[in-house]
Design a protein around this ligand. Structure first.
Ligand SMILES: NC(=O)c1ccc[n+]([C@@H]2O[C@H](COP(=O)([O-])OP(=O)(O)OC[C@H]3O[C@@H](n4cnc5c(N)ncnc54)[C@H](OP(=O)(O)O)[C@@H]3O)[C@@H](O)[C@H]2O)c1
Length: 239
């Protein structure tokens, strides 16, 4: 039975991905802060799903939470680094910027680098980072969010360069707009899909051990535009 940890599994994309992977026969370790939501999901998915309430911004405690989950699973094949926040922050309040960087940058590196060390020891494994098409440009409404996703994508490039020679896979998943708590009341969205549809796309990318995957695939067109079109046009799309 393949084994995976998913961070940010109490809601949204992480929860839907957990449902799909459990159905496909994976044993799962689920991590997020909301213990009641994690326990409800574990109750739904069965005994091969373990949970751990933890905050990815707590850099001191995070490695021991991840160690404990891997020990409960008796091994690990895949780490999905998904936990993230995107508070709207057009007024650039410090607290919103701080929380975004703490979660999406420090928390992301905490989880991904823990997995890199774990997989390096066993010389196999697969790290899956949930970045975003937001990685492709700056944003007026959520500047720290887009910057954090650019960081995540570049960090995953680095892990791939470092770990590829040991056969350890690294997948950078870049979803477009997905209907979740994160995007509630967000204006100006297009090509929006529900969380289950997006999670199916993420699982396909995991199965084929893609290097970079746009979810749904049509977002690759926006990625091309970001490269080719004048900045102002793309900026309009990313506000
Ligand atoms: N929705 C979109 O349109 C979209 C598009 C592209 C990329 N993404 C990315 O997809 C990922 C999931 O987003 P989503 O849309 O599913 O958002 P969501 O519904 O708000 O879920 C976010 C998840 O992250 C967890 N989380 C947040 N802060 C945490 C912390 N400090 N420690 C541990 N867990 C934490 C939350 O759990 P707790 O609150 O229980 O801790 C929750 O399980 C994020 O990385 C996001 O940037 C989303």
């Amino acid at each position: 039975m393949p084994k995976a940890i998913i961070t940010g599994a109490s809601a949204g994309l992480g929860r839907e991905l957990a449902r799909i992977m459990a159905r496909e026969g994976w044993a799962l370790g689920l991590l997020a802060r909301n213990q009641a939501a994690l326990e409800a999901l574990a109750g739904e998915l069965g005994p091969s799903v373990k949970v751990r309430a933890a905050d990815v911004t707590d850099a001191d405690a995070l490695p021991s939470h991840l160690d404990a989950l891997a020990a409960e699973l008796r091994g690990l094949d895949c780490m999905v680094v998904n936990a993230g926040v995107a508070p709207h922050n057009r007024k650039l309040a410090w607290e919103q910027e701080r929380v975004t960087v703490a979660t999406n940058v420090l928390g992301f590196v905490g989880c991904a680098s823990w997995a890199a060390r774990f997989f390096y020891q066993q010389k196999r494994g697969h790290i899956v980072g949930i970045s975003s098409v937001a990685a492709l440009s700056g944003s007026a409404a959520v500047p720290a969010y887009n910057a954090s996703k650019a960081f995540a994508s570049r960090y995953l490039d680095g892990l791939r360069a470092n770990l590829g020679r040991f056969g350890i896979g690294v997948t950078d998943v870049r979803p477009g707009y997905v209907r979740t708590h994160m995007t509630e009341d967000q204006p100006g969205m297009f090509w929006v899909v529900d969380a289950e549809t997006a999670a199916r796309g993420i699982f396909r990318a995991i199965r084929r051990r893609a290097k970079v995957a746009y979810v749904p695939r049509r977002w690759v067109l926006i990625a091309l535009m970001a490269r080719l079109a004048p900045g102002r046009l793309y900026q309009k799309l990313s506000d």
